[in-house]
Design a protein around this ligand. Structure first.
Ligand SMILES: [Ca+2]
Ligand SMILES: [Ca+2]
Length: 503
């Protein structure tokens, strides 16, 4: 029964920061028609689902502060454009996940414009309000910073109002208060609208661990039960992936009600490994997280990524080291779970914080007119001097782009890699912590994957019981061909082996 559910098809996903992806009308701002024009490209890359950063009307460039949940940001296009995007994506077999920001709204949302008028306004309790003495009494005037918010003082003044409002991320983003039944009714309408009337395939759920504030934190998980009940009722096939930016132990309970959550611990561990050129017992750490996730949901989907729009780009993390950028992809795309590629990662784009510089224009071409390159911001990191545009990389068999493409195809064609449930991952010990190696068992064709994390050529000290893994499925070490005869792996290279010949 589960096998029929399309949401459980393993999909290689792609995060699009809409403003920076592709401009269709020459105003320099990425838009929905731009994305439609690049669906063939995404299909060629092997992408099967897209997470769009927010597309609702919003005063900010990133649009994580919504003013209308039922409309499309005019800079990005119209609802008709969006419907055409959905149809075109579906025709390519690509699912669309909407970024749903329901922890907070913009201060310019009509609900807040009303709520801030007086404490008797009917929208007042859509948000959190308290007087300074109440805040003091609860001891909540300050908060400890978290990975996803550096805000220490979350209570903000509302002009003459004796009460302050709570905004965890920013004073322009007041937190919604789901103790309000009227707000819950509004949320239900929003979910229904996008899943049923418009027909998106799922949601990426922003700030999922912050729905209730720190002093009522335990209610956040229950909230997702309520949310998931609505989704189950209106569109059981819809996929949900939550942003629970916390350590694995705190993330795990969210799997009870969400299909997937992003694996931040893994993302940072992979980054440290690429910098330090040393394994961090990543296989054991992953096995421990799977055991934890499974307790809450045997059908959990581990949403894995190198980085997203809130982290320094992997290209910069590695110091624009092409071989490491490729190795990062080789690791991500051979681990269990549902991989998310952040737009531009596949061409090795660069960028470090502040945020706008990890969200720079995608480099389609050397900036020819009508190339689709956006220009809303002047790139500081990913310029044609530092990163070869896609057009150049497509023609170069050694490019980062072609490496991504190859690995994605491999992930889809090798059943051992495509498995999505009950992650199949075991350590293979090569007696060297600069050699990361793991087995992906499969009844027909198991694979051993190894990566030389170091700058040194390394011997392959294969365990005796794995001696029959001699058929090379993939290698970017030029000294390898079809059979593993030279028991050595060149610096920063990856090797995939099977015990039976390739078809
Ligand atoms: Ca545009
Ligand atoms: Ca909240």
């Amino acid at each position: 029964m589960i096998a029929d559910k399309s949401k459980f098809v393993p999909r290689v996903c792609y995060e699009i920061f809409v403003r920076s992806f592709c401009d269709s009308n020459g105003d320099g701002i990425g838009d929905i028609n731009g994305i439609i024009s690049k669906l063939d490209y995404l299909n060629e890359l092997g992408i099967e689902a897209i997470w769009l950063t927010p597309i609702h009307p919003s005063p900010s460039y990133h649009k994580y502060d919504v003013t209308d949940y039922y409309a499309i940001e005019p800079e990005y296009g119209t609802m008709d454009d969006f419907k055409r995007l959905l149809d075109a994506a579906h025709a390519h077999g690509i699912h669309i996940y909407l970024d749903l920001i329901i922890n907070h709204t913009s201060t310019l949302h009509p609900w807040f414009s009303e709520a801030r008028k007086s404490n008797s306004n009917e929208f007042r309790n859509f948000y959190w309000w308290m007087t300074p003495p109440q805040i003091e009494a609860l001891g909540i005037s300050t908060r400890e910073t978290s990975d996803d918010s550096q805000v220490v003082y979350p209570w903000h003044e509302n002009l003459e109002d004796p009460e302050k409002y709570y905004g965890l991320f920013f004073k322009g983003m007041p937190d919604l208060n789901y103790h309000s039944e009227a707000l819950r009714d509004e949320l239900e309408k929003i979910i229904r609208f996008w899943l049923v009337e418009i027909g998106v395939d799922g949601f990426r759920l922003d700030a999922a661990r912050h729905i209730y504030p720190d002093w009522e934190k335990h209610l956040s998980i229950e909230f997702w039960q309520y949310f998931s009940n609505i989704v189950q009722e209106v569109k059981p096939d819809a996929f949900t992936v939550g942003e629970v930016w916390a350590e694995t132990e705190e993330v795990a309970p969210y799997f009870r009600y969400l299909d997937a959550t992003f694996h931040f611990d893994l993302s940072f561990a992979l980054q440290r490994m690429l910098i330090g050129e040393r394994d961090e017992e990543i296989v054991e750490k992953l096995q421990a997280s799977y055991a934890l996730f499974e307790k809450y949901n045997p059908l959990f989907v581990d949403a894995i990524m190198l980085t997203n729009h809130d982290q320094d780009r992997i290209g910069s993390v590695t110091g624009n080291h092409k071989a490491k950028i490729k190795m990062a992809a080789s690791i991500l795309l051979t681990l269990p779970g549902q991989p998310y590629i952040y737009y531009g990662e596949e061409i090795g784009m660069l960028g470090t914080k502040p945020d706008p510089y990890i969200r720079e224009p995608f480099l389609w071409t050397n900036n020819e007119p009508e190339s689709g390159n956006t220009s809303w911001i002047e790139a500081q990191f990913s310029t044609t001097d530092t990163v070869a545009p896609l057009e150049i990389q497509q023609a170069d068999p050694e490019s980062v782009f072609n490496h991504y493409r190859t690995l994605i195809q491999l992930r889809k064609s090798e059943p051992a890699l495509a498995q999505i449930f009950a992650p199949n991952l075991h350590r293979v010990c090569l007696h060297d912590n600069q050699m990361l190696a793991y087995l992906r068992p499969h009844i027909d064709k198991s694979l051993i994957i190894m990566h030389n994390l170091s700058q040194f050529s390394k011997p392959i000290l294969m365990p005796a019981d794995k001696a029959d893994f001699v058929h090379i499925v993939f290698s970017n070490d030029p000294q390898h061909s079809e059979l593993l005869t030279k028991m050595e792996l060149a610096p920063y290279c990856s090797l995939i082996l099977a015990s039976i010949p390739n078809r």
